[in-house]
Write a protein that binds this ligand. Sequence first.
Ligand code: NAD
Length: 339
Amino acid sequence: MIRVGIVGFGFMGRMHYRCWKALEGADVAALCDANADALLGSGKGQGNIAGAEGEVDLRDVAVYSDPEELFARAKPDAVSITVPTHLHAAWTIKALEAGVHVLCEKPMALTLADGKRMMEAAEKSGKVLQIGQCIRFWPEYAKAKEIVESGAYGRVISATFQRFSATAHKKKGSWFSDERQSGGMVFDLHIHDTDFIQYLFGVPASVCSHGAVTPEGGLSHLVTRYRYNDGKLVTAEGGWSMTPSFGFEMKFLIVMERAVLSFESKRTPTLKLCPSEGEAFVPQIEKGDGYSRQIGHFARTIRGEAVPQVITPGQAWTSLRIAEAERESVRKGTHVDIA
Ligand SMILES: NC(=O)c1ccc[n+]([C@@H]2O[C@H](COP(=O)([O-])OP(=O)(O)OC[C@H]3O[C@@H](n4cnc5c(N)ncnc54)[C@H](O)[C@@H]3O)[C@@H](O)[C@H]2O)c1
């Protein structure tokens, strides 16, 4: 049985709680939140994606307000680090030093230096460090990777990814709106697509980004071209100033020589493959959502099972590096080399 602790019990802490509770061979032994109120209520309607709702029965769960106390007293085998982003590095490193496996939410950290320190701590501890780049585990995105890599429909001509949220409206005044705590729109939201593009196509040679700058100097909307040297056009658009009535949406459109693969999170069916010959059809995808599949993968890795490599700390760090280059590209008004 894997004994699990959850550090930070807001929207994502509850999401991880739900996934861990549903997983056979795991038990949530302890929770921690600096704000006692976070342990109350249903958590409904806090985040972009449904699934963190529901009352939580804390009768068999040890509750702490300080993560260090949780590590020392509850002695979990593994923790989910689901605190605001500026705290990821500090609590991940402390957990690893306490001999605990860590699944830390995305983005890995706010700086490349912090990300490096997290990787060094993982190496030194010999414990597993997985970063929650959950889109790699999202069934439709995982299927897209499988279809592209199969080569069944020829090479990719163009691929475009979009991700929109109402964070700027819904989380006004919270830690999300402070770039020093969340990293702003690019690190908080758009990095999901930056990371998936790296997963699908490898590290781009350079990025060229254009963005809408807020009066405070942050970015609220951005479009990036990721340059690869084989002629395909890869772009992504992210923005968190959508209105609450628009809500959250993620999409992609991958044009291959002999098929177009399209995904829209608000459409039914969400995934559609349109081949050059024959009718469009809905590809069969894996059951479950990206969060549960990512936690299942982490649990199997801890148990020492042979799992395919989906995300390494080094790859999560490279996504930070690419996202940072995207911000730099907007600032400088020119492309920025990565490789
Ligand atoms: N993978 C995804 O799709 C996804 C979606 C949303 C958020 N996230 C990430 O998850 C993380 C948390 O986001 P959220 O939406 O859950 O935020 P949130 O504000 O809902 O929850 C954060 C919780 O951490 C608690 N906290 C703050 N400081 C603490 C401390 N020192 N010790 C213990 N608890 C502390 C807060 O009281 C709060 O309850 C962020 O890094 C965010 O980027 C990922």
